[in-house]
Design a protein around this ligand. Structure first.
Ligand SMILES: Cc1cc2nc3c(=O)[nH]c(=O)nc-3n(C[C@H](O)[C@H](O)[C@H](O)COP(=O)(O)O)c2cc1C
Length: 323
């Protein structure tokens, strides 16, 4: 039986938050090597795992170096959870997370993701089923609230269940990715929950990470868009918290990480990995002067050697804002 990794992590925990279409094995490995203590997968459909979808089963591939790594599942039907969770466990993940925060139209239209928060008994049933289906620690990812239900209502409703950790995105369903962060709600969850609380939302710099921790007292932070093209933000945050300063990344170092990312993507997914990594390449060069010309070449590139050639022809200098 695996140890409960949540109890062994040093605080503050710096986590890569789940992101569909972003957090595949290659990106998780990159984030791990650049300072993340913990990485989440993209959300994986419990229903699709039940139906043995080849594509979805492929999302369970992982590398040992990712550990501790949490697989996030989503789905509103509890009967789909036992088999899905067994497959996740067999794949070698260290923890199971359940998605109660996704605002995507196609998920919400079927009553999944964040809309689950509106039915507290359903949330309870899903979490209970998950816990009873595995010996792995179960965590949940929630939002500050939706309509008349807030994160505290959910927490109170599930307090009999041994949930190990909560990642709370401090925004509601309205303006789901740009509303101001509800630090007060994150703080309340931290004060009322015995397990680990990870604060998430709007952390794009070491200063914002420190602000989240100071405002809410959370045990850790979840980084999402802040890691796009800047996976080293995790290490910068650790350095900043420890020493009060952090190192800037220049183009040479950016290039090194981007090429390593590409090689890992190719190793894990073959040619399709290159295609999928193009968006990351565009993020890597963002903020450097002359990036738009480079970006238009990178998004059409077909091979690792072609991409290395494109990157090596340039030695870009940062615009003022790129950390
Ligand atoms: C492209 C993208 C995909 C996402 N996919 C998921 C997902 O699969 N599961 C989930 O719980 N949250 C998902 N999220 C939400 C993020 O985990 C995070 O809560 C949100 O982006 C707020 O953090 P940020 O302001 O640092 O980006 C996604 C966000 C983005 C931008």
């Amino acid at each position: 039986m695996k140890e409960n990794f949540w109890k062994k992590l040093n605080k503050p925990i710096i986590a890569l938050a789940p992101m569909a279409g972003v957090c595949d094995s290659a990106f998780r490995q990159v984030c791990k090597s650049q300072g993340a203590d913990l990485v989440y997968t993209e959300m994986v459909s419990a229903d699709a795992l039940n139906y043995d979808s080849k594509k979805t089963l492929g999302m369970l591939k992982l590398d040992k170096s990712e550990s501790p790594v949490v697989c996030q599942i989503f789905g509103k039907r509890p009967e789909m959870y036992p088999k899905a969770i067994k497959l996740v466990e067999e794949a070698g993940f260290d923890g199971i997370d359940i998605n109660f925060g996704c605002p995507a139209r196609k998920v919400v239209a079927h009553g999944g993701g964040v809309t689950l928060m509106k039915s507290l008994p359903t949330c309870h049933k899903l979490i209970k089923t998950a816990i009873e289906s595995t010996s792995l620690p179960v965590s949940i990812k929630i939002r500050a609230g939706i309509d008349e239900v807030n994160a505290m209502d959910l927490l109170e409703f599930i307090q009999d269940l041994p949930v190990q950790a909560i990642m709370i995105h401090g925004r509601g369903f309205k303006d789901p990715f740009s509303a101001p962060i509800a630090y007060d709600m994150i703080k309340k969850i931290k004060e009322n929950f015995n397990g680990i609380v990870i604060g998430n939302g709007g952390i794009n710099s070491p200063e914002e990470a420190k602000y989240m921790i100071e405002q809410t007292g959370v045990d850790g932070i979840g980084l999402a868009r802040g890691l796009h093209g800047r996976p080293w933000l995790a290490q910068q945050i650790k350095d900043y918290i420890k020493t009060g300063s952090y190192q800037e990344f220049d183009f040479a170092k950016t290039k090194e990480v981007a090429i390593n990312h590409l090689e890992l993507a190719y190793k894990t997914k073959g040619q399709w990995g290159i295609v999928e990594t193009r968006k990351h390449l565009a993020w890597y060069v963002k903020g450097f002067e002359g990036a738009s010309e480079l970006r238009s070449k990178l998004v059409k590139s077909e091979s690792i050697s072609e991409i290395i050639n494109i990157l090596n022809k340039k030695n870009l200098t940062p615009e003022s804002s790129k950390a």
